[in-house]
Design a protein around this ligand. Structure first.
Ligand code: XIL
Length: 344
């Protein structure tokens, strides 16, 4: 493979190819990683630093320093910049839960959204307005937002974002979006928001996937179903875990016990060639579907640059050695990288 070859050029006519950036890369503290990011990707998402807990630590003060560096980096290299995330129950700034009164909570949430959307207006190209608002059965998650504002909070938050930044593409983002029940829930949700006058431009399928699940059929059908709503579809947090999935275990309970279970961390001394090949084939199959539906897909973003930087070394069990991305621990492209480049 000639060294000039890269992901962003390979897929330039198809969709944006993105990567989630950790704080070290954003802070220019990891120049080796930054070089790979510049060469390979044309879209960036902040892995953590735009979450409410970090960017809006107190009700009346913001911490824009890292986020501004993130945006400056994207502008410098002419990248598509995705904002993650305005409304999420997790990594939520603690001040939200100190507000008792519903109306006051709603007003503070509106201000949270509008202040962020205003600060990044014209810089952030698209937003995850809401992250992970659905349960697996397609009902609405009992978050503080649902409790305080009622189910129409979803429409409100999309409206508020659009009022301030009508040009940004606004996404609903979630995991397990290929699960049929959750998919129906997402479709109902987006239809309702639109009926109520909210602006939704896209659906983000996080894409935290495994070697054998979800099935290719489920992935493809989900892309088709979401696209049929008249919105863009993005794959927003792609990684493919090669490790046993504790959620699959009968009666699984995520507990310390798993950390002492050797079977849960089988590749701490390296990835066998056979699994390397399995991963490459899985990525090839997945990208085949993306390419088949490139007219429906706006962006494919990987959740981290290299295996060593992946959150999946620590989730849902701490201290494992996972290999979910296209670049290895030395930032070298893996067989999975070659397999998707070879599709073109
Ligand atoms: C993860 C980050 O990768 C970790 O560094 C952090 O500790 C927890 O959050 N869904 C999302 C992402 O929308 O924001 C999460 O990112 C992964 C799951």
């Amino acid at each position: 493979i000639p060294s000039t070859e890269c992901l962003k050029d390979t897929f330039s006519k198809d969709f944006y190819i993105g990567v989630a950036l950790n704080g070290r890369i954003i802070d220019q503290a990891d120049s080796l990683s930054l070089n790979v990011v510049k060469k390979e990707f044309n879209s960036i998402t902040a892995e953590n630093i735009m979450k409410s807990m970090i960017i809006h630590p107190q009700r009346d003060s913001f911490n824009f320093e890292m986020a501004d560096k993130f945006v400056a980096l994207g502008e410098k290299y002419d990248m598509f910049i995705h904002g993650h995330t305005l409304i999420w129950h997790s990594q939520l700034s603690p001040w939200f839960s100190t507000i008792e009164d519903s109306l006051e909570f709603s007003t503070a949430t509106e201000k949270h959204i509008k202040d962020l959307a205003q600060h990044f207006k014209g810089k952030v190209d698209s937003w995850d307005v809401v992250n992970e608002a659905l349960n697996e059965d397609g009902t609405l998650r009992k978050s503080i937002f649902l409790e305080k504002m009622g189910e129409d909070y979803l429409t409100s938050v999309f409206k508020w974002t659009a009022e301030v930044d009508p040009k940004a593409d606004l996404y609903y983002n979630d995991y397990n979006m290929t699960n049929p029940e959750k998919r129906q829930g997402a479709i109902r949700m987006v239809k309702k928001i639109k009926e109520q006058g909210g602006k939704v431009d896209g659906i983000g399928m996080q894409g935290h996937w495994h070697l054998n699940s979800p099935s290719l059929e489920e992935i493809e059908q989900s892309i088709l179903d979401y696209s049929a709503l008249g919105v863009k579809v993005a794959i927003t947090e792609l990684d493919v875990s090669v490790l046993p999935n504790p959620w699959d275990l009968e009666g699984a309970e995520i507990s310390q016990n798993f950390e002492n279970n050797e079977g849960m961390n089988p590749y701490s001394n390296g990835l066998p060639d056979s699994v390397q090949v399995q991963l490459a084939n899985r990525y090839k199959d997945i990208f085949n579907i993306f390419l088949k539906h490139k007219d429906k897909i706006s962006r494919v973003t990987f959740w981290g640059l290299s295996d060593g930087q992946s959150w999946l070394n620590g989730f849902p069990i701490r201290g494992r050695t996972n290999y979910p991305l296209l670049f290895d621990r030395d930032l070298k492209p893996k067989a999975a990288y070659d397999s998707i480049i070879a599709l073109k």
